[in-house]
Design a binder for this molecule. Structure first.
Ligand SMILES: CCCCC/C=C\C/C=C\C/C=C\C/C=C\CCCC(=O)SCCNC(=O)CCNC(=O)[C@H](O)C(C)(C)COP(=O)(O)OP(=O)(O)OC[C@H]1O[C@@H](n2cnc3c(N)ncnc32)[C@H](O)[C@@H]1OP(=O)(O)O
Ligand SMILES: Cc1cc2nc3c(=O)[nH]c(=O)nc-3n(C[C@H](O)[C@H](O)[C@H](O)COP(=O)(O)OP(=O)(O)OC[C@H]3O[C@@H](n4cnc5c(N)ncnc54)[C@H](O)[C@@H]3O)c2cc1C
Length: 572
């Protein structure tokens, strides 16, 4: 993913060609269509964009306005942007780079609308790269970050494409205009599920990058006096610095392992779907949506913690941290805005809770919902035991899912429509879904460190990291665990003191743990995080290259400052 994020130089970007356009052909095209486009895309003989979002709609895909109307007389689809808000807006590469796009449009045939479907549209000439007839293209302008990517806009003025340009692996339109239903209308969304899954690894890599930079720099940077008269210590010796960085380091490992699970799940469930078994689709959607939302949000916050932990130099682009933050912040919005995605997970949890209430045994990532006892068993728990920690997170999630679902049932019993009851409980639902994903990440982390094939000394370090991650989560959300008495105040105190012990335990291995991410300086792009630790001389070299230093006296002096100074002096 990191390689794919490398743009081909300012102003153009083919990130989305690799992570969205090409996978859409792989997942949504028929074998016939793959023969026509897949190799061209894989060999970059064409460059594509994934054009779904519009100026007026991003989240609500069923509300997209672009139309694809079938004309049986010519066996073509007419792609049209009927309103200003239907202008495709945001797709990476759409502005200046791509010459093709998969366009998500409302399919109309025989006067009936069948909802959003994907269509292959050539948008620029392969000869001179000019926009094709009827197509208006452009860049949407500077953004918070990733300005190497030409996120663009596109308008279609009754552009005609052959019937065969509808990606027809799932749904089809016959020559006479007959629409053939797909096994599930949500299969048109399959690329989004895939991409959300890859965001978990993007988040892990981003947090791994940020913690590598901050931990290495915290070993180079010496500041203040811990004891009068003693030499200035490495700032990583301060417990507060460890408390800032080590939970982010642990989260990077936790998300890395969660992305392994996500990739394996995606492979096995889509494998079953290829054979017609759609039963895993709902779980795959809920897991990918929840993990994407949770990991990208924690990562964006975590990168900013790392930036602040590096003081002024963290705020400089020399550190690489502002750019990382900007990129990770994009992941919170792109591919399904985090709030909306977590609500999708909540929707699945409420459904599963109702099924377990009706006596159905739950499986997969929600199995714990039916297994967890509602009555808390207070008492002195061993807060350093991973099994105890996992059980605590599952109890918390089950309690919050039950509470949100019962709250919703209560609202409906008072006569509220389901949708109104849902909306009035949606903050509770979001928190319950976050607790569910958090419990999955903890369980998966614990299972991975217990089973991964590593040297026992490495397993010991990973176990400490997993304890640290879990204890940090419990102390940060203590109220959730205390609410029904499942954990007591003494348990929380024990968790806090064990967390402090874990910070000290991880300290000696901190540099090894970030080096283990094996992120080359060329990927980190950070003076503070250099593998050789030679920060200061490279910081000076970096600054000297600033464009402002091309001349000793900048031209702005003669234009603005000199006359301003002169006039002020003349008044003295
Ligand atoms: C190495 C360091 C990296 C750090 C980063 C550095 C640099 C990065 C910088 C820049 C890069 C950043 C980003 C670039 C990367 C990627 C670009 C992103 C590309 C895009 O940004 S591309 C557009 C994405 N845009 C979306 O993502 C739209 C989201 N909006 C939706 O996706 C739908 O609109 C939804 C789901 C909200 C509502 O959809 P809806 O209204 O139709 O459905 P509804 O809610 O009514 O639910 C009815 C039943 O369908 C089920 N259901 C729904 N969806 C399903 C699915 N997918 N699969 C299976 N079942 C599904 C439900 O579970 C329910 O099931 P049930 O009925 O059983 O409960
Ligand atoms: C860097 C970047 C790259 C992108 N690349 C692409 C691309 O290549 N192709 C593409 O098609 N798109 C792309 N997008 C667009 C992206 O998919 C959309 O921005 C995203 O889906 C959110 O939609 P929106 O921007 O319309 O926000 P909206 O959907 O308008 O959301 C705005 C706010 O309303 C809230 N909201 C909306 N619906 C609900 C709800 N049901 N319940 C509660 N709150 C709600 C949201 O929480 C959010 O805070 C990209 C975006 C970014 C930032």
């Amino acid at each position: 993913m990191a390689a794919a994020l490398q743009t081909l130089g300012g102003g153009i970007g083919i990130t989305l060609h690799w992570i969205a356009f090409t996978p859409t052909i792989e997942q949504q095209a028929t074998e016939e269509q793959k023969k026509k486009w897949l190799k061209l895309a894989q060999d970059v003989a064409i460059v594509g964009a994934y054009a779904q979002t519009e100026m007026g709609h991003g989240t609500f895909v069923r509300g997209l306005e672009t139309t694809a109307t079938y004309d049986p007389s010519t066996q073509e689809f007419v792609i049209n942007s009927p309103t200003l808000t239907s202008t495709k807006w945001w797709p990476g590469g759409l502005g200046k780079t791509a010459n093709h796009a998969t366009v998500m449009a409302q399919l109309y045939t025989r006067g009936k609308c069948y909802g959003p479907h994907n269509f292959m549209v050539q948008i620029r000439s392969l000869e001179n790269h000019q926009p094709c007839p009827g197509v208006t293209l452009g860049d949407i302008g500077p953004k918070m970050e990733s300005n190497g990517n030409d996120n663009g806009f596109a308008r279609f003025d009754h552009v005609r494409i052959p019937r065969e340009n509808m990606l027809m692996k799932f749904a089809r339109v016959e020559a006479d205009g007959t629409y053939v239903q797909p096994p599930s209308s949500k299969l048109a969304y399959s690329n989004m599920v895939y991409l959300r899954g890859t965001f978990v690894m993007s988040a892990a890599q981003a947090l791994a990058s940020a913690t590598t930079i901050a931990v290495r720099y915290s070993c180079v940077r010496r500041q203040s006096e811990m004891k009068p008269g003693e030499p200035e210590p490495q700032i990583l010796e301060y417990q507060t610095q460890q408390y800032k960085l080590f939970p982010q380091l642990a989260a990077a490992y936790a998300f890395w392992f969660a992305s392994w699970f996500m990739t394996q799940q995606h492979g096995s469930i889509t494998g079953s779907m290829e054979k017609g078994d759609m039963s895993g689709l709902a779980e795959l959607h809920a897991l990918s949506a929840g993990l994407k939302s949770y990991t990208t949000a924690v990562t964006a916050r975590g990168i900013d913690v790392c930036r602040m932990a590096c003081g002024g130099h963290g705020y400089s682009h020399a550190s690489g941290l502002p750019a990382l933050f900007g990129g990770a912040a994009a992941l919170c919005t792109a591919e399904g805005e985090n709030t909306v995605m977590m609500l999708q997970t909540a929707r699945y949890l409420v459904k599963c809770f109702a099924q377990s209430q009706a006596g159905k045994r739950l499986t997969g990532t929600v199995a714990y919902l039916s297994a967890v006892q509602p009555s808390p068993v207070a008492g002195n728990r061993n807060m350093s035991d991973l099994g105890t920690l996992v059980a605590a997170f599952q109890h918390r999630a089950a309690r919050m899912v039950r509470h949100a679902a019962m709250q919703m049932q209560g609202e409906m019993q008072k006569g509220k429509a389901r949708e109104d009851a849902w909306n009035s409980c949606s903050v509770l639902l979001i928190k319950a879904a976050e607790a569910h994903v958090h419990s999955f990440v903890v369980r998966n982390f614990a299972e991975t460190v217990q089973t991964v094939e590593v040297d026992e000394s490495v397993r010991a370090v990973l176990t400490s990291l997993c304890q640290l991650y879990s204890l940090y989560g419990i102390t940060e959300h203590a109220g959730d665990f205390l609410k029904d008495g499942y954990l007591t105040g003494r348990d929380i105190d024990a968790a806090s003191s064990h967390l402090s012990a874990m910070l000290a335990r991880v300290r000696p291995d901190a540099v090894a743990l970030v080096d283990a991410f094996d992120l080359h300086d060329k990927i980190l792009r950070s003076v503070l995080g250099r593998y050789d630790g030679r920060v200061y001389e490279h910081l000076y070299e970096w600054a000297k290259k600033s464009p402002l230093n091309k001349s000793e006296v900048h031209e702005s002096y003669y234009k603005y400052l000199q006359p301003f100074l002169k006039s002020n002096r003349a008044k003295l």
